[in-house]
Design a protein around this ligand. Structure first.
Ligand code: 9UX
Length: 72
């Protein structure tokens, strides 16, 4: 099974920032695909909810110095 979540990512000021966040998310266990858009400050992540969660994913972003909020 698979879940899709959208987050608002704060603190990204250049394309390397969005690349970093995208790489971090893509490296989390259970993540199938993560895309980060610098201009819209959104991250969309497809993941296995048995392995990870929206909270875990937001924490992984915060751990590398950016903000993450649920977008809804
Ligand atoms: Mo760009 Mo982001 O130089 O931490 S990588 S500002």
């Amino acid at each position: 099974t698979s879940s899709m979540e959208t987050f608002v990512i704060t603190g990204m000021t250049c394309a390397n920032c969005s690349a970093r966040v995208e790489k971090e998310l893509n490296h989390q266990p259970g993540v199938t695909t993560a895309n980060v858009n610098l201009a819209t400050e959104r991250a969309t992540v497809q993941f296995d909810p048995a392995t990870t969660s929206a909270d875990d994913l937001m924490q992984s972003v915060q751990k590398i110095g950016y903000g993450a909020l649920l977008y809804d």
